[in-house]
Design a protein around this ligand. Structure first.
Ligand code: CTP
Ligand code: MG
Length: 228
């Protein structure tokens, strides 16, 4: 079976508070999205990289992406939510994939994905019945609050993980799960709603999601210390 990356990049980045959607903000002098796509396109384990853009995305075509090679396929089918963007992307690629091919859904907003993250995920899950996701054990002590902003309880964190991407599932299983599970914030939740148990594959916190302005600085630091 082949491995395809599907990269939702159709968000507006409202929490970043900038006019330009965060996937196009400069990171070490290049659009953030270029870092994300480069590591996926360069992976020998990945056959093609589909990037889901918003309908009529005005920015994509202002840059030259050809240096990333011919694995890259833009799809102008973004939806109102991340889950809609992913599902629209899955529908659009139907003619190009087989039922059992693996789909690695990866946030455009995670530009610090490293080759070892991809390798670990694929090596761990390739024979898996269900699939799974990169994740990291929760580091902080967590509190559940009452409606009045007081601590109701401390949540035992030893079994808690923070979900990341890529999340890797077989095409048909993922598409069916997303078609029946509405309002999910990641692919694994849709698979869980179908009664299955995705495998947690330990990554690390360098694979952060750029959400707030501080994250952009952290990402820049991570990438520049990795590339020397
Ligand atoms: N995404 C998408 N389509 C949407 C919403 C989000 O493709 N309708 C993508 C984003 O581009 C991002 C990823 O999903 O790469 C993760 O979403 P998030 O970090 O929430 O990005 P935004 O929705 O753009 O940011 P915000 O929630 O702050 O508006
Ligand atoms: Mg969002």
């Amino acid at each position: 079976h082949r491995h395809f990356a599907l990269v939702p990049a159709a968000g507006s980045g409202s929490r970043m508070g900038r006019e330009t959607p965060k996937q196009y903000l400069p990171l070490l002098g290049e659009p953030l999205l270029r870092h994300t796509l480069r590591v996926l396109c360069q992976s020998p384990l990945i056959d093609r990289v589909f990037v889901v853009l918003s309908v009529g995305d005005p920015i994509w075509n202002t840059a030259d992406w050809s240096a990333l090679g011919d694995k890259l396929v833009p799809l102008y089918v973004g939806g109102a939510s991340r889950a809609d963007s992913v599902l629209n992307g899955l529908r659009a690629i139907r003619p190009q994939v087989a039922d059992g091919d693996w789909i690695l859904v990866h946030d455009a907003a995670r530009p610090c994905l490293a080759p070892w993250h991809i390798d670990t995920l694929i090596t761990t899950l390739d024979e898996d019945e269900v699939g799974g996701l990169l994740a990291v054990p929760v580091a902080d002590t967590l509190k559940r609050s009452t409606r009045h902003g007081r601590v109701e309880a401390t949540v035992a964190r030893d079994s808690l993980w923070q979900a990341q991407t890529p999340q890797m599932f077989r095409y048909v299983m993922l598409r069916r799960a997303l078609e029946s599970a509405r309002e999910v914030t990641d692919e694994a939740s849709a698979i869980e709603a179908a009664g299955l148990h995705p495998r947690l594959v330990q990554g690390d916190t360098t694979n952060l999601k750029v959400t707030y302005p501080l994250d952009l600085h952290l990402a820049e630091w991570i990438l520049s210390n990795r590339e020397g």
